[in-house]
Design a binder for this molecule. Structure first.
Ligand SMILES: [Cu+2]
Length: 169
């Protein structure tokens, strides 16, 4: 069944490719299932790998850090640059002073977002970080990996979670 789920969007991408070729649009980089036209849009209603955005949604990494996505501007996440607010907790306490990094990636195309996200702690709220430039420049499925290393922690202390959002157009 996983294969069925995966292949349907690819079929749609393939038909978008054919449509795009007829219009002479350029491809966006390697991969045999790369849509031809970044502006062609993407049918998120049949995408099964994504998550519905909800303000305050949480994920817990393997090392026990809770990553709470407090908000996204715009809501839900949309094409282009998004500003996120994130809260981190570990063993029930707000995690201040962590080294936070964000990577956006399109698994179907093998490419990242066009610019690097920037994380900065919110001095007003313990454990809260503002993330600018969460970039999803193209319609389709994006994986947003959030990593956090507690203050003074080694690389082995780094925890991470992945959010998956679909950008329709
Ligand atoms: Cu892409």
């Amino acid at each position: 069944m996983a294969r069925m789920r995966d292949s349907l969007p690819r079929l749609l991408a393939a038909s978008a490719l054919l449509t795009g070729l007829a219009g002479g649009a350029a491809a966006c980089g390697g991969g045999d299932d790369t849509p031809a036209d970044p502006d062609a849009g993407y049918n998120c209603t049949i995408e099964m790998r994504d998550e519905a955005f909800a303000a305050g949604m949480e994920k817990v990494g393997d090392k026990g850090i809770t990553f709470r996505l407090v908000s996204s501007d715009p809501t839900p996440p949309a094409r282009g640059d998004n500003a996120w607010v994130l809260e981190l907790e570990q063993t029930g306490a707000a995690l201040d002073g962590a080294d936070v990094s964000i990577t956006t990636y399109m698994p179907d195309h093998g490419h990242n977002g066009s610019i690097d996200a920037v994380a900065s702690p919110d001095p007003a709220v313990s454990g809260r970080y503002e993330i600018d430039n969460v970039n999803m420049w193209m319609p389709g499925l994006w994986e947003i990996t959030v990593k956090a290393t507690p203050a003074g922690g080694a690389a082995a202390d780094t925890d991470q979670v992945v959010f998956r959002f679909c950008i329709p157009s």
